[in-house]
Design a protein around this ligand. Sequence first.
Ligand SMILES: *Cc1c(COP(=O)(O)O)cnc(C)c1O
Length: 221
Amino acid sequence: MNITHNVQKILTDLPECNPYGEKVTLVAAVKTRTPAEINEAIRAGIADIGDNRVQEFTQKYSQIEGNPRRHFIGRLQTNKIKYLLGKIDLYHSIDRMNLAEELNAQSGKRGIVSNILLEINIGGESTKGGFSEEQTEQTFKAAAALENLKIRGLMTVLPECDDMQYLSSLARKMRYYFEKLRDKSDDVDFLSMGMSGDYMLCIEQGSNMIRLGTAIFGPRI
Ligand SMILES: *Cc1c(COP(=O)(O)O)cnc(C)c1O
């Protein structure tokens, strides 16, 4: 797999803006990849990387070069927050209220504000975490009261399926909820939606942040 080539091709082909005129941010999803692979992607132009697992993040942390922005995109247990605190620019996967509350409390103790996205389970899948679409507004309200968190937007992982029309309809719904929240707060600016299999569709529907693993690094072994 030629990581440099993949990154350059993705960056060339990526529309600079979504249909709403917003810049699209590319986050490299680096789970299972070695520091050498990640550093190659960074040298090729990746400025944002996203980790899923706290242990991997910690182990590789000092070996990552080029000072990319750091995202956390995986399921997070409250007892692991302490390993990430102050090192993550954006937490994508805030999927339950007690996680938001605990991150808020620990951020407060450190004297920092943590940037978060609320994860929405837009496909209503029982296998996935996240708030239901019906909970979106109420969750936003509750989380907005946590003063050491800044809610920057919404994140979702779309279902794995080949029905492009169905996926587009879900992506459109996410855009709708994103805009509703953005009307309520100037802090809201990111809609994190789109992976290797569906990112073009997601950008067309108004995503402005995509998370790519396979498209950059090849299949995970
Ligand atoms: C692994 C992962 C990705 C990237 O998936 P690919 O299909 O390899 O692009 C994106 N988002 C999350 C939350 C992930 O866990």
